[in-house]
Write a protein that binds this ligand. Structure first.
Ligand code: PRP
Length: 216
């Protein structure tokens, strides 16, 4: 039997993804987020885990370096890779949204036209503002987006909000939703054909666990 290589994303989705995969028989010793070992293999169940940065995960799956992976819908919308999306796993509920400093809130979204937006999601942000008929300067950052308006790098941000804690702690306020998101199981298109039975069973088993655990 060939190995099934599973890409896991660092960050918020990591722990739940490892937990659910273990419940359907896909586990290995020491699958931890800060693992120094980059490929973790279980020789008995013929599975390999790779742990990658969220924005890179769809690329690993598109090129077949990983057969399947778990990643947020937000990243799929941003990266637009040629992969199959097999299952909405329903956890990791969050939304991509537009936020501004509370103290500088304006009456409506279009009052922010021609200003600067800091984001990790330049494609989603451009699409959103184009649809709103707003021309914006998009500033691509790789993390700690909330810092940008505080230090005057931008007037707004487009970022993920989950609990709202980060916004609150930085005196920012959400003014528009770009896109809701949850974790998705994705597959490489060739792997999906070559390992069809194994991947199909994995999807079905995950669906069962989601019902058992009342994940909806
Ligand atoms: C994400 C996001 C926000 C935060 C939102 O960042 O970019 O900063 O989580 O979560 P909350 O609403 O529960 O506070 P992440 O932790 O992934 O790190 P990053 O800032 O390095 O992107």
């Amino acid at each position: 039997m060939p190995y099934l290589t599973i890409a896991l994303p660092k960050g918020k989705l990591f722990a739940k993804s490892v937990e659910l995969l273990a419940k359907v028989g896909y586990s290995a010793d020491n699958v931890v987020e800060d693992s120094r070992k980059l490929v973790i293999t279980n020789e008995v169940s013929k599975v390999k885990f790779i742990i990658v940065k969220t924005m890179d995960l769809p690329t690993y799956v598109e090129y077949g370096a990983a057969d399947i992976g778990i990643i947020g819908k937000d990243v799929l919308l941003e990266e637009k890779k040629d992969i199959y999306e097999l299952l909405d796993m329903k956890y990791g509920k969050c939304r991509l949204m537009v936020a501004v400093p509370k103290a500088k809130k304006r009456a409506k979204l279009t009052d922010y036209a021609h200003l600067r937006v800091a984001t990790k999601y330049p494609n989603c942000a451009s699409e959103f503002f184009n649809k709103a008929g707003m021309q914006m300067t998009i500033i691509k950052l790789n993390g700690s987006i909330e810092l940008a308006p505080i230090v005057g790098l931008s007037e707004m941000i487009v970022d993920i909000v989950e609990t709202g804690t980060t916004l609150k702690e930085n005196n920012l306020e959400e003014i528009a939703v770009v896109q809701p998101a949850t974790a998705r199981l994705i597959a490489n298109k060739v792997s999906f054909k070559l390992q069809f039975n194994r991947i199909k069973k994995l999807v079905e088993d995950l669906q069962k666990v989601m019902v058992e655990e009342n994940i909806k």
